[in-house]
Ligand binder design. Sequence first.
Ligand code: GLP
Length: 261
Amino acid sequence: MEVVIVPDAAAGGELIATAIADLLTRKPDALLGVATGSTPLPIYTALAAKVRSGAVDAARARICQLDEYVGLPAGHPESYRSVVLREVVEPLGLGESSFLGPDGNAADITAACEAYDQALADTGGVDLQLLGIGTDGHIGFNEPCSSLASRTRIKTLTEQTRIDNARFFDDDIDRVPHHVITQGIGTILDARHLVLLATGAGKAEAVAATVEGPVSALVPASALQLHRHATVVVDEAAAAHLKLADYFRATYAAKPHWQGL
Ligand code: GLP
């Protein structure tokens, strides 16, 4: 696992957007797995700017979703499908045909989860999966004690995650769905490159447990330790509890430029 400590969220967004641009240059039809929440927004802003300036051509890129609420009405502005279309797909100049996501309104949710896992495999797999992290260490919506081998499935949110996400629902926790569909941890680990961005002091404890703690279902993000190409990008505030912060800084400062992320 590589840990990169950046000064702030904007620097993290720029660094990761550059890595995505490099990927699209090497593989124009790359499948990019995207995350929701506030943290990855600087990545999408920086990437869209690169597309507008002509620094990268994303016309053949494909975008897929990490997770979704169950039961929000189709077109609800806070469904993750709506968020990804609004924050990623449209700013990159792509259309819905470039987008893949699970159906949070399916009559048969189990079948929809299996179909999504299969659809991801049928595309040839995710080239780069962006991840945020919950304050409890969740990735996607894999809450603590999710199986590290799990596939896309329905999960029940913890009270803490519903409190954290209430800000997207007019601060009304009663409007935050209890159930979600999420790529499983095993599904996430199938991606060729995992890039987790965490910013702010509120994520410092979860980041330390992810990077330096034991691999444990209690901290779902710690499964990144099992992946052979996982990159964790953190700002100074989110790095505050890392014991090896100086080593991570020195390693990145001495990194050969040609390696990229
Ligand atoms: C939700 C999403 C996660 C995201 C997390 C953190 O739970 N399902 O993918 O990482 O929120 O969001 P934020 O970046 O806003 O803190």
